[in-house]
Design a protein around this ligand. Structure first.
Ligand SMILES: Nc1ncnc2c1ncn2[C@@H]1O[C@H](COP(=O)(O)OP(=O)(O)OP(=O)(O)O)[C@@H](O)[C@H]1O
Ligand SMILES: [Mg+2]
Length: 250
């Protein structure tokens, strides 16, 4: 299925974190599937230019990828339709080949989400960890930035740093917090309240809560089997939490 032309551009939802390993890639895949199950036409872009691995979590062997598009291939041809109901534009798995992009190539890679929004209703972008120029550019052009943090203080501090830079780079764009790997709904909400208070006080802007996702052993199980969580464990706690998060995005 190729993307039909649309009159109204789609929404770009970028998923970021300061600290690595907080569940961005897993959330990007699961959110893409939840939005697809809600009837939206979705493309997931693996924009972790250093260590792309969406294809690994999904057990795919990519043909074309982000590098092909940067080199001139049309994104509609490079994006792979998946049984999970959405398209994937893979990065370059494990090669780190896109980490050193600069100039026009970097511009092409980081402006790709907006191009994809011409053909899909929802563009979910997995931004790699960190706050370097590529991550900042990708975050700044999103309609909605989801910043993922865990309940650990280090993760929260790094999420705050991402939010601070985003407030500078895109003062009018919206950012919300996702608390992942939470012990429970209440503790996740308390984590959000801490960060929101700091953002209100020092950045002059609130950071709404997009959702709390519980720590769930079904998540690593699904990743080990290279199968999306909503396919393998649709009734699991984390699956329900992501579905609720997706509904909250409107
Ligand atoms: N809600 C959850 N419950 C249990 N385990 C989880 C949950 N979310 C993520 N994980 C685990 O965390 C690990 C890291 O997830 P993932 O690779 O998506 O993180 P990441 O933020 O994309 O990492 P990186 O910064 O390296 O790109 C995974 O192996 C997964 O099993
Ligand atoms: Mg990742």
């Amino acid at each position: 299925m190729s993307a039909a032309p649309m009159t109204k551009p789609g929404r770009v939802i970028a998923i970021a974190s300061g600290k690595g390993g907080v569940g961005k890639t897993w959330l990007a895949i699961t959110l893409a599937q939840a939005l697809a199950q809600a009837g939206r036409r979705v493309v997931l872009m693996d924009a972790d230019l250093g260590l792309a691995n969406v294809d690994v979590q999904l057990g795919l062997k990519a043909g074309m990828d982000l590098g092909s598009v940067v080199a001139g291939a049309p994104p509609e041809q490079a994006a792979i339709p998946l049984p999970a109901g959405f398209h994937l534009l893979p990065g370059r798995s494990g090669t780190g080949a896109l980490a050193g992009l600069s100039g026009a190539a970097l511009e092409a890679a980081t402006s790709l989400p907006r191009r994809l929004a011409a053909g899909w209703q929802e563009v979910v972008v997995d931004i790699g960890a960190g706050v370097e120029a590529p991550q900042r550019r990708l975050a700044a052009q999103a309609d909605l930035l989801l910043v993922v943090a865990t309940e650990e203080p280090t993760s929260l501090t790094d999420a705050y740093a991402v939010l601070k830079l985003h407030a500078q780079d895109a003062p009018r764009a919206e950012a919300r917090l996702v608390v992942n790997l939470a012990a429970g709904a209440a503790s996740g909400q308390a984590t959000h309240a801490t960060l929101d208070a700091a953002a209100r006080r020092f950045l002059g802007r609130a950071v709404p809560l997009a959702g709390v996702i519980r720590r769930d052993a079904k998540v690593p199980d699904a990743i080990r089997h290279q199968t999306p969580l909503l396919t393998r464990h649709p009734g699991s706690a984390a699956a329900k939490d992501v579905a609720a998060l997706a509904r909250g995005l409107g």
